[in-house]
Design a protein. Sequence first.
Length: 195
Amino acid sequence: MKYKSPDSQGDILPNLLGPTTEKQINVSEFEGFLKAEIYFTEKLSARTKFDVKYILGLHNMALSHLYSFAGKYRDVNMSKGGFPFAAAKFLPETMSEFETGILSKLKNKYESQEDLIKDVAIVHGELLFIHPFREGNGRAARLLANLMIRKAGYETLKFERVGKKEFEEYVKAVQNCANKDYEKMIDFIKSIFPD
């Protein structure tokens, strides 16, 4: 099971495709995120502003063909591996604070790679820690990180470098973000930054 939540009923969430296999759902989700990546990359410009509306739109485009909750905050509490994500009933306020405290302070242009890596790490870690959606949080956070990197003129992050050991460090880095400790996430983003 991917997550633990009060309504967990197996690995397949209720969806708009009708009865399907887990493999069909995975393919459909993959295709949706690929479509969103192409669309948002083509629309990317120096004036692109990464805010909550942008994140909701990204998630909606990726999954609206599949889930009625696409682009909307989850209404159930969730945890993974005993680690609880932000409480569902506070998500509008939590995301508003994320926007005010972090997203609104992002630079429009980065003079140093170090500053870009730090901001990508903070945004990525916080979004994963908040986990605002019922499904697709990791993919939405990775896509947003890549869009931030592309806006700054770089190729995408090298998530394919992440093996089992690195993934365990990645999970710890996300958990540290709960305490506003971003050092592990900064190190992680550095380790997959394009050469």
